[in-house]
Design a protein around this ligand. Structure first.
Ligand SMILES: Nc1ncnc2c1ncn2[C@@H]1O[C@H](COP(=O)(O)OP(=O)(O)OP(=O)(O)O)[C@@H](O)[C@H]1O
Ligand SMILES: [Mg+2]
Length: 212
């Protein structure tokens, strides 16, 4: 069973957005997937209640309950648990990081976002769990070259010791439109660019877990 935590101590970086879109890919071909919403804001649960599809499954819980829930999921034959975390509750974020096979850290590419991301990267490093930092909310690429703000963010994150995903998630309205309808981009606009970016990130996450 894979346990993936999405964590970033900066609000609005895209934790819940990535948790939703990635979870539906994880649950492809009938694989049992469990979403764990540990954020008292319950945004993930809000999206989940809008869904018509019965998968993935979702449990609302506290960080301190994760150990028991993950063990139960393992016994039940769950394929992947994806944990969404709150931005500020350090103990809860740490609890999630500690039960993970991979920590995914989304960040916007702006200077304040990158500065704030350092503390999440350090926290993940302190748990000694593999971590993958993902640039989200990037300006869409025009042509072959990466937008300069993305290239600069990549450099800044690498200098903090982060492993930065080659996949970048651009700012695209499809990601929000899908959420409003209780779906994800792979369901709402499967041939779209947002769906392609999320799929590339999911493949990269699988490779990272495989290597770890
Ligand atoms: N790549 C993107 N393109 C367009 N909108 C996005 C993208 N990523 C996130 N958003 C939007 O930005 C807002 C913040 O995203 P989200 O709620 O996923 O962040 P978060 O890290 O979970 O925030 P919090 O720390 O408050 O839980 C949401 O309205 C979401 O729809
Ligand atoms: Mg959130």
């Amino acid at each position: 069973m894979q346990v993936i935590t999405i964590a970033a101590r900066k609000g609005g970086s895209g934790k819940t957005t990535l948790a939703t879109h990635l979870s539906v890919l994880a649950a492809g071909e009938g694989r049992p997937v469990l979403l764990l919403d540990t954020d008292p804001q319950r945004s993930l649960a809000w999206w989940w209640r809008l869904r018509e599809a019965e998968t993935p499954h979702l449990v609302e819980c506290e960080g301190r309950d994760l150990g028991k829930i993950i063990e139960a999921a393992r016994r039940e034959g769950v394929h992947a648990c994806i944990i969404d975390t709150p931005p500020h509750a350090e103990n809860s974020i740490l609890a999630a990081m500690r039960v993970s096979d991979l920590i995914v850290i989304p960040t916007r590419p702006g200077p304040f976002d990158l500065a704030a991301c350092a503390s999440t990267i350090e926290m993940a490093a302190a748990t000694a769990k593999p971590a993958l930092t993902v640039i989200n909310h990037a300006p869409p690429r025009i042509g072959a070259a990466e937008p300069s703000i993305v290239a600069e963010a990549r450099e800044a994150l690498a200098s903090m010791g982060a492993t930065v995903a080659a996949s970048v998630i651009s700012q695209r309205v499809a990601l929000s439109h899908a959420i409003i309808g209780g779906s994800t981009v792979s369901e709402y606009e499967p041939a779209g660019r947002a769906a392609a970016e999320i799929a590339a990130l999911w493949t990269e996450i699988q490779t990272s877990i495989g290597k770890a």
